[in-house]
Design a protein around this ligand. Structure first.
Ligand code: UDX
Length: 443
């Protein structure tokens, strides 16, 4: 394989994973970030974020000389140029947060282009990896205003927590551009992975990312609605999803009901596509319903908790002590952005409940947590003390192996509302803990 000189701008979970994995595939990669402190930590081999396998790849990359770090995009380009191998591909992996009205905020992308446009080597390719609105490649080319530089859209499909695995074992690689040679050059970076590659135009590549994430969100809202219906009709959602999942057109994955879907991608991307649809006068009702169903899901979790704790649909949660297991938006990450657990916590707090939480990835003194919302404990048994209910909000596997008899001893009322259907209800029954799941029949 022909190794390329690559710049990666932005060292979030997408950028750093991309950089470290491309280095492991044999390319020479310089990762850049504007955060000097972060770059210093990365240079010491500390990946800053929690991502399986990333620390090892960063350490190996540094040791092999294929991976290094620079403060700022211009410095990354200069480092490659100084080695006599000017950047051939530059990945933009900077945040594109949800701005006003759900429109993606592209100021970080624009700032990098502004910083690098004069120094990008002739013939290099600028790649958008961030999820950007359809049409951004065209806009990027306009801002660059460099006929000698290619622009390619190469969306990522990395899940937080398994980003390294997803990068190295992709279901597909998507590369879109108006310039076929530039697209082929980017696709070649991944050649060793042997994944199916979709070569298309830039707008279609950008659309693929939105269409995939919105479909996943729709699948989850659908399954959450089916779980609610199961409760009303005395059916069991676990059997229902197993039964539909064997249909290869549906598939078994992404069918677990939960307290709502969240994270840094699905909420942002669903809103952004809705906004784009509005802008071209398309009323995307299915997508709007997907989002609305999710927002309603948080309140539905509170209603379930209220019923379990007070025995009444309209009972008061005021001053009722509730322990929360899990605060991150899913297991395997320390990311709290758009976490459904925090949305449910906020509604419980509004209803007057007193909340104590335990999460293996969140410290008691974590500055990201508002102490007025929820107190965090470093010990699940302490969190459960005097609680009238324990609510499982994140599917951390270790919650399954807690000593549930000991948990029950701590609690005021041994009761669990398991919004992830995570725990083994037989174990809980043997520990004399009442268990309420989502869409499950009474055992
Ligand atoms: C997602 C996409 O999966 C990924 O392809 C894209 O690049 C970025 O967005 P991520 O946000 O890391 O990845 O999380 P993901 O594992 O997809 O989970 C999203 C949300 O759905 C989480 O809140 C998760 O708990 C929830 N979820 C997922 C369920 O409730 N049930 C499931 O069966 C799967």
């Amino acid at each position: 394989m022909f190794a390329r000189a690559v710049g990666v701008i932005g060292t979030g979970y997408v950028g750093l994973t991309t950089g470290a994995c491309l280095a492991s595939l044999g390319h020479r990669v310089v990762c850049a970030d504007i955060d000097e402190n972060k770059i210093n930590r990365l240079r010491q081999g500390d990946p800053v974020i929690r991502e399986d396998g990333l620390a090892e790849l960063v350490t190996e990359g540094i040791a092999s000389g294929r991976l290094s770090f620079a403060v700022g995009a211009a410095a990354a380009l200069a480092e490659l140029a100084a080695e006599g191998t000017p950047a051939e591909v530059v990945f933009l992996c900077v945040p594109t947060p949800m701005g006003v009205g759900g429109v993606a905020d592209l100021s970080a992308v624009e700032a990098v282009i502004e910083e690098t446009r004069a120094t990008l080597p002739t013939g290099c390719v600028v790649v958008n990896k961030s999820t950007v609105p359809v049409g951004t490649s065209v806009r990027t080319a306009e801002l660059l205003d460099r006929a000698d530089v290619g622009v390619v859209s190469n969306p990522e499909f990395l899940r937080e927590g398994s980003a390294v695995h997803d990068f190295l074992h992709p279901d597909r690689i998507v590369v879109g551009s108006e310039q076929q040679d530039a697209a082929e050059r980017v696709a070649a970076l991944y050649a060793r992975l042997g994944a199916p590659t979709v070569l298309t135009d830039a707008a279609s590549a950008e659309m693929i990312k939105y269409a995939a994430n919105c479909f996943l969100a729709m699948k989850l809202s659908y399954v959450n609605a089916i779980a609610e219906l199961c409760e009303r009709l005395d059916a069991d959602v676990t059997d229902v999803t197993e039964g539909i999942g064997y249909d290869r057109r549906i598939g078994q994955s992404f069918l677990s009901p939960g307290p709502g879907w969240g994270g840094s991608c699905l909420p942002k991307d669903t809103h952004a596509l809705l906004q784009v649809s509005d802008s071209v006068d398309f009323e995307f009702r299915l997508l709007r319903a997907t989002i609305d169903t999710n927002i309603r899901q948080y309140q539905r979790m509170v209603d379930k908790i209220r019923l379990a704790v007070t025995g009444r649909r309209t009972g008061s949660l005021s001053r009722r002590r509730i322990a929360l297991l899990g605060l991150t938006f899913k297991a395997g990450t320390d990311d709290l952005r758009n976490s459904p657990a925090l949305d449910v916590a906020a509604l419980l707090r509004q209803a007057g409940a007193e909340l104590v939480a335990y999460d293996p990835a969140v410290d008691a003194s974590d500055p990201r947590i508002d102490q007025n919302l929820v107190l965090v404990s470093d010990d699940p048994y302490v969190a459960a003390k005097n609680a009238e209910a324990v609510v499982v909000l994140t599917e951390w596997p270790e919650f399954r192996t807690l000593d549930w008899s000991r948990m029950a001893e701590q609690m005021d009322t041994p009761r669990v509302i398991d919004t992830r259907n995570l725990l083994d209800r037989d174990v809980l029954r043997r520990s004399a803990v009442e268990w309420v799941g989502l869409g499950r029949r009474a055992a």
